[in-house]
Write a protein that binds this ligand. Structure first.
Ligand code: NI
Length: 176
């Protein structure tokens, strides 16, 4: 089922979300919700989606990158479900690049993010896992983990001078 996406201004986007009790992860209701999140991410062509973005204040995020022409050198990111993610290490070295968000409609901006990180979380089978990510995957993980504490990419921009509407992004900046 495709879920309705909450946009910036809806209080759920700014609310810290609740941890998911480990014993509830395998329950059919939660599994169905994860499937709905994946379907919603695909429908709106996102590379990631966090539960607060579909009005559910729980620490769940889904990520998948099949093709990204902005990062042609980065491999695709397989479908990944992160429950109660905690970034445990992050590189001091950061990279700046463009980000957008389904909840921040039609805007793009340049955001510095740690180049690599390790994140502890549960997968959808309820297993504790540690993911090692770099480049675009690390960027998307940081973007989605931010959603789970009520932050959006605008909060991470050093200033707003690169903020651009999508139409102008395609026209002036995409091929830079
Ligand atoms: Ni987002």
């Amino acid at each position: 089922m495709i879920l309705k996406v909450a946009r910036l201004g809806h209080p759920v986007i700014r609310a810290p979300s609740e941890a998911v009790p480990k014993e509830t992860i395998r329950m059919p209701e939660l599994q169905r919700f994860i499937d709905d999140m994946i379907e919603t991410m695909h429908e709106y062509e996102g590379v990631g989606l966090a539960a607060p973005q579909v009005h559910v204040s729980k620490q769940i995020a889904v990520i998948e990158v099949t093709h990204n022409r902005r990062y042609p050198s980065e491999g695709p990111v397989p479908l990944t479900v992160l429950i109660n993610p905690r970034i445990v290490t992050a590189s001091k070295h950061s990279l700046e690049d463009w980000e957008g968000c389904l909840s921040v409609h039609e805007l793009r901006g340049r955001v510095p993010r740690a180049e690599s990180l390790e994140v502890d979380c549960y997968n959808r089978a309820g297993e504790k896992i540690r993911l090692h990510a770099h480049g675009f995957f690390a960027r998307v993980i940081q973007h989605e983990c931010d959603h789970l504490v009520g932050k959006v990419f605008l909060d991470r921009m050093p200033n707003l001078t690169t903020l651009t509407h999508l139409h102008e992004f395609v026209r002036y900046w995409q091929d830079d």
